[in-house]
Design a protein around this ligand. Structure first.
Ligand SMILES: Nc1ncnc2c1ncn2[C@@H]1O[C@H](COP(=O)(O)OP(=O)(O)O)[C@@H](O)[C@H]1O
Ligand SMILES: [Mg+2]
Length: 324
């Protein structure tokens, strides 16, 4: 693993607390449960925990427990002996055994089927595993790091996650907040990813563009931001502007917003620019008057116009003052 993938970029106070909490537990062998939406950084935290622990010279094994049939999952985790089932032509070591003396990262533990949950619990409690088809258990020494997208307590309440397993894996709970709750991390992350993907280009983000990136709520969290920056670095020359952004990010751009509030201009297309501008002007004057409840000097101030210019435009567009 290179140092690059270890870097947890943050300047957010809550995230610093998370890192401090993690730092206090790295050498304790206690099981850590990382909880957070997809893309918040659970996996890099798991790597960080392993790499900074006293097990760092030993294996780090990760596996996603989602979307795998129970039988396959069991032999992935615990291995199987030769002939354990059809197609088991060779003995296979399970990931717990491969991770022996190191750490194992069970990602998406919220997706693990109940039948595997009890086997996991037994392995963790007894510190030994039973490969499929084996008659004697194999001792294992692993540090467990798990990750969940959802609050496992809710799954416990619904009886789809075993309470005893939950307490086993949740010795140190670590919650990683979504990116929209730590927007101060967006600028340093952008800078980091720009350097990572295009070190030679020295790319900058325009202030309007940064504003849109800060306004967006990032449902895919840091992963979504990282993918976007990677895509932008492919095409951008020197400064990235709002026009480079995909539509879901541009929807808050002032111009687009205004045009959207002025649907008439686009019904048949083919309108002249002057018509579009007039329509917008009329629309905005009406909106300003509505907001000021018909008070013209207040409305003119909203739009940064002198009162006389404002009145000229009202006349031009035949806007009646008594309608507000
Ligand atoms: N604070 C961070 N600093 C740098 N890169 C990050 C940070 N958080 C997430 N990433 C990157 O974002 C992507 C998604 O993170 P990941 O750890 O896989 O999220 P999760 O496991 O929670 O879905 C990865 O490429 C990861 O390296
Ligand atoms: Mg992940």
């Amino acid at each position: 693993m290179n140092r690059e993938s270890l870097a947890i970029i943050t300047q957010n106070a809550r995230m610093r607390e998370v890192i401090e909490k993690v730092d206090k537990t790295v050498n304790s062998d206690a099981s850590v449960l990382l909880v957070g939406e997809t893309g918040v950084g659970k996996e890099i935290f798991a790597e960080y925990i392993h790499r900074t622990s006293n097990r760092s010279g030993n294996p780090f094994v990760k596996i996603s427990l989602s979307a795998m049939p129970a039988e396959l999952l069991e032999s992935e985790l615990f291995g199987h002996v030769k002939g354990a089932f059809t197609n088991a032509m060779y003995e296979k070591k399970g990931l717990f055994e491969i991770a022996d003396s190191g750490s194992i990262f069970l990602d998406d533990i919220d997706d693990v089927p109940l039948q595997i949950q009890s086997k996991l619990l037994r392995a963790l409690e007894s510190r030994e595993i039973l490969p499929v088809g084996a008659t004697s258990p194999v001792p294992i020494d692993v540090r467990l790091i798990s990750a969940s997208k959802v609050n496992l307590k809710e799954l416990v309440k619904k009886n789809i996650f075993r309470a005893d397993l939950f307490y086993r894996i949740n010795v140190v709970p670590i919650y990683i907040p979504p990116l929209r709750e730590r927007k101060d991390d967006i600028p340093p992350l952008i800078e980091y990813f720009l350097k990572q993907f295009a070190p030679e280009k020295n790319l900058k983000i325009s202030p309007e563009c940064l504003k849109l990136l800060l306004d967006y709520d990032w449902p895919g969290n840091v992963r979504e931001l990282r993918n976007l920056i990677q895509r932008l670095t492919l095409f951008a020359k020197d400064v990235i502007t709002p026009l480079d952004l995909p539509p879901e990010l541009r929807k808050n751009a002032p111009l687009e917003y205004l045009l959207k509030s002025c649907d008439k201009c686009f019904i048949n297309g083919g309108l002249k620019l002057t018509d579009v501008v007039s329509c917008l002007e009329k629309n905005l004057i009406e909106k300003a008057l509505a907001k000021s409840k018909g008070n013209q000097s207040e409305a003119s101030r909203y739009l940064g116009l002198s009162l006389s210019t404002f009145r000229d435009k009202m006349r031009k567009y035949k806007i009646e003052r008594q309608s507000f």
